[in-house]
Design a protein around this ligand. Sequence first.
Ligand code: CP3
Length: 350
Amino acid sequence: MSHPAPGTISAEPLFLRALAGEKLPVPPIWLMRQAGRYLPEYRELRAKAGSFLALCYNPELAAEVTLQPIRRFGFDAAILFSDILVVPQALGQKLWFAEGEGPRLEPVADAARLAEIDQLADGAKLDPILETVRRVRGALPRETGFIGFCGAPWTVATYMVAGRGTPDQGPAKALFAKDPELFQAIIDRIVTASVSYLNAQIAAGVDAVQIFDSWAGALGPEDFRRWCVAPTSRIVEGVRAVHPHARIIGFPRGAGRLIPDYVAGTGVDAVGLESDINRDFARDAIQSKLPVQGNLDPLVLRAGGPELEKEIAAILSAFGGGPFVFNLGHGILPDTPIAHVERLLKAVRG
Ligand code: CP3
């Protein structure tokens, strides 16, 4: 065995070096929703599993789907194939996916209903997903990072309360205005379950975890502190209590100018940026303090052509001078041509 000269090559995946604050000549790259419907090999295994949720709870197939984009594209990190809504399901809520319509849950809109789901809560429902983590860990190349995740309490609560995705998170906002104690009780359950779930994912073999707060941008500054920053900081604390060196990426999508408050208030190691954030602001006020991840517009990736080239160059020029992980600003769209992903990787890696 030969040893690399110090400072030249490291066995540490590039993805983890960037999260540790290292500025790299070529940034690591992965894409949110990189395992998904734009890949024919994903569509094939999803059909074999019968449904999206059946795929999530089948460790053999879910591990295979997690690895598909690594085999095809050689991304610098794999992300566990699952969904943020498996946590409400473990909390006792019924979950299903209406074909072509997205997630459905039986809404939790009052205290009686919350007491009912409490009777059905069972953390062991997440065991098959931890088995997926172990399988992926065993099969992943050493140079590839491995990301686990959960939804942030605010975003998960919006689905638990409304029973579905909503354009403006109106039902959740109405509930915290009318009955903040009940809303807090829902948030508390998500925090506790998420801490156990992330700690179990880390114990099973993920290198880093990402907390997805897709609807953070729907909250004004006060509500943002109460329902987004405070519960997320409890998750970070609960994970660090068990795994002091865990790498944690926060993704408060749409929080824009509130991201510096989020960073200071939660203690995450790195932060994901949405596509429409002002990049000068993001570099000067955020990346100056911690690594950033993002922020190519998924619509631009889908469209391809000169606009894609221009945006890749703009992102590399804005963030290439500091610790940075190249990604999208939100999940890849199902009708994205594979050739555009290949082109993106070539352009980023030179
Ligand atoms: O990034 C990854 O590839 C990891 C796996 C992952 C999925 N969902 C797989 C998925 C992750 C991290 C998520 C997160 C998630 N899920 C979020 C937060 C991030 C975001 O996208 O805003 C939210 C809000 C959900 C809830 C959810 N799951 C919705 C609203 C939908 C329907 C929308 C859609 O794309 O169909 C899902 C389904 C879902 N989750 C799919 C995948 C691959 C599509 C399932 C399919 O039909 O095959």
